[in-house]
Design a protein around this ligand. Structure first.
Ligand code: FDA
Length: 393
């Protein structure tokens, strides 16, 4: 079977659906092809099923890329307010959880329904469960061969995402296609991912698995203040996921729990006020009890506060707020929320996301070397880059 349209979008995820909507609104005939059985699967599982669909503070500084300026144009032309306006038009209730992160009150499925309704309204076709066997360029445009026949269009938007969560159909398709067309692809690696510890260290922190505490995690000049979670494999929680995007194999990170409290001063005051209590009790007033016990035992501190020299208290405070850790690795694409790296932005026009060397070929969303922080930034990039391509394709 032969299908002809103005625009083909490969990938019915966040970026692809937004690109289809925008191109369709301009009067372009659009088909969206996806090998998955359902559209927007990552939207469905995102934000614990409530989809953290944007962040009202989204700015270029919240994104990692070899070219930090590249994302500016698209982000400025489709903003969080633009997406909120769409959500409001569809009557979807939402709330701000923390740090500008917006979630659906009810379900992430509301966002998928909204995007599908918008696609239907502009007449965009959707071909699910469609395997692509090849893409080639003809004089008139692009030919996409699939199990459902051949699709032809003058513009091709590639929105197949990154490598994270292969179980959900992530394929690396966009990178292979970019290489087929001679475009540079920067090294990819898992981002927003828990970090693992070597077996020796893991054994010592094993009793802490399940404990969560506010923390500041530092890597060089970058620091995030959010929750830290000890797990059976190592370290997780939002603060660790955030720093994981900056961390490289072999690097150290610095962990400070309860960063808003000066633990050293707290211990000194506790010693003055009640010298008969133990350091574990004093520390347990501000940290989870199991963590306090762990730190006291690790520093081999025992006895009443009154008998402990200030140096010992400082050592204890440092072990809580200046813990230098060398993670052994990350949990990898199996659990990573995003893929860092990808299609080199130098190959793309930042206004349109069109490739500079292959007219009519666009790349959008996670497959491009633009990766957001945790907290709704990655969807904002997907909406904004998809919208940008839809404006021109
Ligand atoms: P996306 O991966 O969404 O879509 C790609 C589409 O292409 C898929 O439908 C896939 O089936 C299809 N495809 C792939 N290969 C293909 C092929 N060979 N042929 C045909 N089709 C193919 N971000 C955020 O901002 N807020 C949040 O709350 C979360 N939460 C979250 C939770 C979890 C568990 C994960 C894994 C990720 C998040 N994210 C997130 C990140 C967010 O999901 C991600 O950045 C966007 O989904 C990227 O959108 P894209 O459209 O680029 O790719």
């Amino acid at each position: 079977m032969q299908h002809k349209s103005d625009v083909i979008v490969i990938g019915a995820g966040a970026a692809g659906m937004m690109a289809a909507i925008r191109a369709g609104k301009r009067g372009r005939s659009v088909v969206v092809i996806d090998h998955a059985k359902a559209p927007g699967e990552k939207i469905r599982i995102s934000g614990g099923g409530r989809c953290n669909f944007t962040n009202i503070h989204a700015e270029p500084k919240n994104f990692l890329s070899a070219n930090p300026h590249f994302c500016k144009s698209a982000l400025a032309r489709f903003t969080p307010a633009d997406f909120i306006a769409m959500v409001d038009r569809h009557g979807i209730a939402w709330h701000e959880k923390a740090l500008g992160q917006l979630f659906c009150d009810d379900s992430a499925k509301d966002i998928i329904r909204m995007l599908l309704d918008e696609m239907r309204a502009v007449g965009a076709g959707l071909h699910l469960g469609t395997e692509i066997s090849g893409v080639d360029r003809r004089e008139a445009g692009f030919r996409v061969s699939t199990g459902e026949g051949v699709f032809e269009a003058s513009s091709l938007i590639v929105a197949t995402g990154g490598k994270s969560i292969p179980k959900m159909g992530a394929t690396g398709f966009a990178y292979r296609l970019a290489e087929q067309f001679g475009l540079a692809v920067l090294e990819t690696r898992p981002g927003l991912v828990p970090l693992t510890l070597d077996p020796g260290l893991l054994e010592t922190v094993a009793p802490l698995a399940g404990i969560s505490a506010p923390a500041e995690i530092r890597h060089g000049k970058t620091a995030f203040r959010e929750a830290l979670l000890f797990t059976h494999r190592g370290l997780s929680g939002p603060a660790i996921l955030q720093i994981s995007s900056y961390w490289r194999e072999g690097d150290e990170i610095v962990v400070a729990v309860e960063p808003d409290v000066e633990i050293s001063a707290h211990l000194k005051t506790a010693k003055q006020l009640n010298g008969r209590q133990s350091a574990q009790t004093a520390l347990g007033d501000i940290l989870p009890k199991r963590l306090a016990q762990f730190l006291v035992e690790r520093e081999r501190i025992a006895g009443n506060m009154a008998d402990l020299p200030d140096k010992a208290l400082q050592r204890l405070a440092a072990s809580a707020q200046n813990w230098i850790v060398k993670p052994s690795g990350s949990e990898g694409y199996r659990t990573a929320e995003v893929t860092l790296g990808g299609i080199d932005t130098a190959a793309l026009d930042s206004r349109s996301m069109e490739t500079k060397t292959v007219p009519g070929l666009y790349f959008v969303g996670e497959c491009v070397d633009v990766t957001g922080w945790l907290g709704g930034y990655n969807f904002q990039w997907a909406w904004a880059s998809g919208f940008a391509a839809g404006e021109y394709a």
